[in-house]
Design a protein around this ligand. Structure first.
Ligand code: GLU
Length: 438
């Protein structure tokens, strides 16, 4: 069975970049009728915050990306200890004592000699007395002894990948304070939870190579991998504050619709063209992880706004009935109000202004040279309530009386009644107007 996981560290709010990872994992699981695990990578106790665990869950639920199981690494420390012991016993975990300053000096000197800054294994094979002496000075931390060979796998996006582990430092799995680092916890979880496919950013390609070796050292077969490319700004520039940190919280408060966000993220960077999908089922029909490209993916946040407006313009009343009631629109006008306005809003919240206009009338916007015309026309307009024929009959009468036609007839009247030069079709809006400011 396909089992995928999304494994955020609760050190911040979800943003568009990690949402893409979440979504792709959700899709590969659902596509195969498998399981989707939300795994909270919270072994870093200082940086992990409960409020971010809550906000990650809230965001995923808001988007409809439900998980079948929730796991937390902080509850699995005992298990990591066990596996660390196994690795120690098999000689693949060794204790190191270099300080960050010493390591940085080593790196500098390697680079100075034109060598890759790979850890030189100076702590490997320290004599026991030396280890004891070092331990009395400071706590050691633990590195996994990589096999200096190339690691190859068939990536579901990148195709054949081969990484030479000789160019990678032995990864630290356990810190001096005993904390398990991401690589250790992730490997153990992926194995214990029988993860069958890992979808994550291409910034993890090297991690994957080391993780594959650790899995093999534990006598297990690694899962399948699919590394997606990273998002860039619309011009191909590295992700900026504006785009990279675009959080779900901001998108939600900006009125963006979940299906607009999901439609865009599920298709950008794939061979599937971006369009608005009506539901996740529709999206699943075209989704294929293999259709994603390895090239950095340009991401245009404005596309979310465009898809949001499109989504709203086609939504049937039943889907928004509650929201419309919350605006205070009475039930007998609610559906007509929605049908009149839905094609003329950028975000759902725009409706509150339109309802205010219906209820209280708008401050008329009238050009000086239209004043007389508008005054005359408004005198010819009966008091509300209006019907669906009001606009046609009234403008016909006004045209007969004043001789005005077309835009010169309609635009000043629209602006007089709504205060704006664009908006819903007036014929549909008139029956909703409760008040006209004259
Ligand atoms: N917590 C890791 C991260 O957010 C998970 C990476 C992975 O998917 O293995 O980068």
């Amino acid at each position: 069975m396909a089992i995928a996981r999304f494994a955020p560290s609760p050190t911040g709010d979800l943003h568009i970049g990690n949402l893409r990872t979440a979504l792709l994992n959700w899709l590969v699981a659902r596509e195969a009728g498998g399981e989707f695990i939300l795994r909270i990578d919270d072994t870093d106790l200082e940086r992990s915050k409960e409020e971010f665990v809550d906000s990650i869950k809230y965001d995923l639920q808001w988007l409809g990306l439900e998980w079948d199981r929730l796991e937390r690494q902080s509850l699995r420390l005992e298990r990591y200890r066990e596996v660390a012991d196994d690795l120690r016993e098999s000689g693949r975990l060794y204790e190191c004592f270099e300080t960050p300053v010493e390591l940085s000096l080593k790196r500098k000197s390697q680079l100075g000699r034109g060598r890759p800054p790979v850890y030189d294994r100076a702590s490997l094979n320290l004599p026991n007395e030396e280890i004891a002496r070092m331990r009395s000075e400071r706590a050691g931390y633990w590195r996994f002894l990589l096999d200096r060979a190339s690691v190859a796998w068939r990536d579901q996006i990148f195709g054949e990948v081969s990484i030479d582990a000789a160019s990678v430092s032995d990864p630290v799995l356990i810190r001096a304070d005993g904390a398990f680092l991401y690589t250790m916890a992730s490997v153990v979880d992926d194995l214990d939870m029988n993860i069958s496919i890992v979808v994550r950013g291409s910034d993890h390609l090297t991690n994957t190579a080391t993780q594959v070796q650790i899995m093999e050292a534990l006598g297990r077969k690694p899962p399948a991998f699919a590394h997606h490319s990273l998002l860039t700004g619309p011009g191909g520039e590295p992700f900026s504050k504006r785009t990279g940190d675009l959080s779900l919280k901001e998108l939600r408060s900006g009125g963006m619709e979940p299906m607009a966000i999901l439609s865009l993220l599920a298709t950008t960077g794939s061979s599937e063209s971006t369009k608005l999908f009506g539901s996740m089922d529709e999206l699943l029909e075209v989704f294929s992880i293999g259709s994603f490209s390895t090239a950095p993916t340009k991401f245009d946040p404005d596309a979310i706004a465009r898809l949001t407006a499109r989504r709203l313009s086609g939504l049937p009343y039943v889907e928004v009935a509650t929201g419309i009631r919350e605006l205070g629109v009475p039930d007998d006008a609610a559906e007509a109000f929605w049908l009149a306005t839905r094609e003329n809003i950028a975000v759902f919240n725009d409706l509150s202004e339109w309802w205010r206009i219906c209820l209280k009338g708008a401050e008329p916007s009238v050009r000086d040279d239209d004043k007389e015309f508008v005054g005359q026309a408004l005198e010819m307009l009966p008091d509300p309530p209006f019907s669906t024929d009001t606009w046609r009959n009234w403008t016909a009468d006004v045209s007969r009386r004043t001789g005005r036609r077309g835009r010169k007839l309609y635009m000043p009247l629209r602006k007089a009644l709504t205060g704006r030069d664009s908006g819903p079709e007036m014929a549909g809006l008139m029956p909703l107007l409760r008040h006209v400011r004259r």
